[in-house]
Design a binder for this molecule. Structure first.
Ligand code: ADP
Ligand code: MG
Ligand code: MG
Length: 211
């Protein structure tokens, strides 16, 4: 099975930063359609700071690394998403308390802890047209794959698809949280930008682990 060290996770951060960086115009257009247009610049700035912190991050144990990522995201990203990602990483750090490596079940636990932290902090549920609508199906899929005893390769590929499909599913949703709920049609017909950038991160992580 796969095993990720804190150095490996820092390598993933670099790849996620690149994925976010190259989708600037697209994500900015999404947040301009239903929000205030800053989501990409917020999250991109956060990932740039994370990349600068890689020498420090990769030398830490996983618990400290995740806490530090959360603190950087909370202070640099700003907006609604900064607080939510900060809470997600600080929540996920707790499941890594006594772990030196991330294995398949740990990865599932990490994503579930992130989901719970985001839902609690944002007082939001699946179906509210937010980043949760990419993360929640990914977590459900991950748990299901483990329960069915699927291979890790198959699991990683299905979790990635669940995250990407989940982000796409936000187009049909009426916003209950986030700025899209102030639009007269509640953002129907538009993708939620936060769900799209969440899917970029999950997709990059699953591809990185599978590679
Ligand atoms: P802001 O809306 O403050 O400008 P961003 O543009 O950075 O912040 O982030 C917007 C994204 O944050 C939305 O697309 C949505 O996915 C997510 N979001 C907003 N509010 C919530 C919430 N209460 N719960 C979960 N996600 C949320
Ligand atoms: Mg915004
Ligand atoms: Mg804003």
């Amino acid at each position: 099975g796969f095993q990720l060290s804190s150095k490996d996770y820092a390598e993933y951060i670099k790849l996620a930063a690149a994925k976010i960086h190259e989708n600037g115009d697209y994500v900015t257009a999404l947040d301009s359609a239903t929000g205030d247009g800053d989501h990409w610049s917020n999250i991109n700035m956060g990932f740039e700071k994370l990349v600068e912190a890689i020498p420090e991050l990769e030398a830490m144990n996983l618990f400290d690394e995740f806490k530090k990522i959360g603190m950087i995201m909370m202070s640099v990203i700003g907006g609604s998403s900064g607080v939510l990602y900060g809470s997600a990483y600080i929540g996920a750090a707790k499941v890594l308390k006594n772990r030196d490596i991330i294995e398949n079940q740990d990865m599932c636990n990490i994503l579930e802890a992130m989901l719970e932290a985001i839902m609690a902090r944002g007082n939001a549920q699946p179906g509210f047209k937010t980043m949760i609508d990419s993360l929640h199906p990914a977590v459900e899929c991950y748990k299901d794959c483990i329960a069915k005893g699927l291979s890790e390769k198959k699991t990683l590929s299905l979790v990635k698809s669940a995250a990407v499909d989940g982000a796409q599913s936000t187009a049909a949703m009426e916003a209950v949280r986030g700025r899209a709920c102030y639009q007269s049609n509640k953002g129907i017909g538009h993708l939620d930008p936060g769900a799209v950038t969440m899917s970029y991160q999950i997709e990059t992580l699953m591809d990185y682990i599978a590679a």
